[in-house]
Write a protein that binds this ligand. Structure first.
Ligand SMILES: [Zn+2]
Length: 342
């Protein structure tokens, strides 16, 4: 068993217990089902889909769904395409997803991803309520969040904030890039939630603050600031996405254990900046705050009476747009290729 494997399980449960609308009973269900490793659980049926050159094995545990199996496969496949759009390709050549039907429940209950288990570089288990609907899957972010984890190496425990921060920040960006989330939705959500990641007055940096808010939203705030700063220093030519693609190209996927400095060095080299290493010093090793209100103004993000207004004339509006603009696949630049190029 890889070090940190159960840690990741715990953290993913934590975010879903606190954020997802239908998490009640998830922990107790887990206790009842834990008879051996999750990847050894019974499989009733399977479907294999391709995401570009990668193979996704989708297995279904025993039980019933109101939804058709094809609808569930489509949900998994769409999440895979979002992550492939962000990283330029699906991060590993083979991955397996086990969908467990949870009797009497509705909604996407929990998701957990492991690296290098059961013969696959990545294995994701999703608990899905028996009475889940098409809308539950359409609104879901969990499946994409889990797949983002595949595209980054496993870090030591004190850097867990970066693994969860990347998944929290990249998941909606990837979904906007394939057109399943709107720019107003992502910026409205970030405007509402990013402040949860601000350090408290006694915090000593993300490496030493292991609360839920710091791990998920502190990590996401780090990622957003990195994306903005890289774009400011490169005239909007590069972003966090370039750094992440370079990490995956260097073999940095969930089944590999890396020191955090290696990931930042590769990311910085790819963007021709020192943004990641410098920001790690100020937000990871120290607790620098971010003045969010003026930043939203500069980005042109405003929420008026609950309605998100995006100002295209704001000083950093081009950076805001650059963050969510669809990009080309990694290996080949295809002139005119659109968001559904793979
Ligand atoms: Zn996670």
């Amino acid at each position: 068993m890889r070090p940190g494997l159960w840690r990741h399980l715990l953290q993913c449960l934590v975010i879903q217990l606190l954020v997802l609308p239908v998490p009640v009973g998830a922990a107790s269900m887990q206790a009842r089902e834990s008879h051996g490793p999750p990847w050894d659980g019974a499989v009733a049926s399977s479907k294999v889909v391709k995401i570009g050159a990668s193979t996704l094995q989708i297995d279904f545990g025993p039980g019933e769904f109101d939804l058709k199996q094809d609808e569930i496969v489509h949900w998994v496949e769409t999440a895979g395409q979002a992550v492939a759009a962000y990283f330029g390709k699906f991060p590993v050549p083979r991955a397996r997803v086990l969908i467990l039907p949870i009797a009497g429940k509705q909604g996407v209950l929990t998701g957990t991803t492991w690296g290098g288990v059961g013969g696959y570089p990545a294995f994701t288990r999703m608990r899905l309520g028996q009475h889940s609907t098409t809308d539950d899957l359409k609104d879901d972010w969990t499946m994409t969040h889990e797949f983002v984890h595949i595209g980054f190496p496993s870090l030591s425990e004190n850097h867990h904030w970066l693994e969860e921060g990347l998944a929290t920040y990249i998941e909606p960006v990837a979904r906007v890039q394939i057109g399943t989330l709107t720019t107003k939705q992502i910026w409205g959500d970030m405007h509402r939630d990013m402040r949860k990641g601000e350090p408290g007055s006694t915090d000593k940096g993300l490496d030493q603050t292991h609360t839920w808010a710091s791990t998920y939203w502190g990590g996401a705030l780090f990622c957003m600031m990195a994306d903005i700063k890289i774009r400011q220093e490169t005239k909007n030519g590069k972003g966090l996405q370039d750094a992440m693609r370079a990490v995956v190209a260097a073999g940095g996927t969930i089944d590999e254990d890396w020191p955090i400095e290696k990931a930042f060095a590769i990311g910085d080299k790819a963007t021709g900046t020192t943004v990641l290493s410098a920001l790690y010093h100020s937000m990871g090793e120290n607790s620098q705050t971010v003045d969010l209100d003026p930043l939203w103004k500069e980005l042109g993000v405003e929420v008026v009476n609950g309605v998100v207004v995006l100002d295209d004339k704001a000083p950093l509006a081009n950076i805001r747009e650059g963050i969510t603009s669809p990009r080309q696949p990694s290996d080949k630049l295809i002139p005119g290729a659109g968001r559904k190029a793979f």
